[in-house]
Ligand binder design. Sequence first.
Ligand code: SF4
Length: 312
Amino acid sequence: MLKEKFAYYSLRDYLKGKYGRRVQKITVSLPFTCPNIDGTKAYGGCTYCFSGTRPAHLSPSVPLKTQIEEGIRRAKERYGRNILFFVYYQSYSNTYGEKDYLKSIYDTALEFDEVVGIDVGTRPDCAPEWVLDLLESYTEKGLEVWIEYGLQSANFKTLRFINRAHGVSDFVDAVLRTKRRNLKVCAHIILGLPFEDKEDMLETGKLLSALSIDGVKIHPLHIIKGTKMAQQYLNGEFKVLTLEEYAERAADIIEILPPNVVIHRLTGEVEEDRLIAPDYCTYKKKSEVIKAINEVLEKRGSYQGCKSAFVR
Ligand code: SF4
């Protein structure tokens, strides 16, 4: 739960509280695709998507075991040996595959004694019951299991504009079914999507609160070269949020989320040479964004849950 001295309940605090030491995520990349790209749901993908949001330094051609070993080695060099790990299956839709393949990749995490959990990113329309059964089976083997669903917005017109090719109802259905199990749900949302105002963004935060999700990743909309959204942005069809505007909106969301929701992320970043706008969505400026959000909360004298949309 949120400690008084923190303005919000960060993932780092949650993991430290649970495991008593630092827990580092190792992000891995596998040769997945997505039903919004391969034509099963739609073609072309979400209009802001570039390479399934895969960080440039990760390659799906490197064997998974090697990626995990390398991640552990680098983290120990940086943070010392007294740490534990989560394997984070990040790019594209990491539940969109045959059962045997999915089992083999999640099983790989079990080969490492210091791995205490897995974190699986996917779409809400890629979570049939057999996938949830499979994921839940890893909790019986001692792993903590998070499933991350992209929602991005609770406004269906926005979802249609950005070609998400799923509805708000798909997200609600996936969350309700997942929460019946011993699995934790993290939702991804984007603030500053085209034509959304403050009320739209608040409504997205309220939906997450109403569904009692366990965690959230909050990102500012950022425009990546080579995407459909880049063309629209460069044509002047919409603007992106300034750093000040983003910090205000992120603080609004933090205020309405219940205090036990774990904040996994408060910004988003890509390599400078891939970014069109806004200029604060780079690795270099990540701490500046966090600082700006903290300053807004401090100035308002507010904290996570102080305007909680739903009192339990
Ligand atoms: S669901 Fe994810 S991987 Fe698929 S197109 Fe959208 S952002 Fe890209």
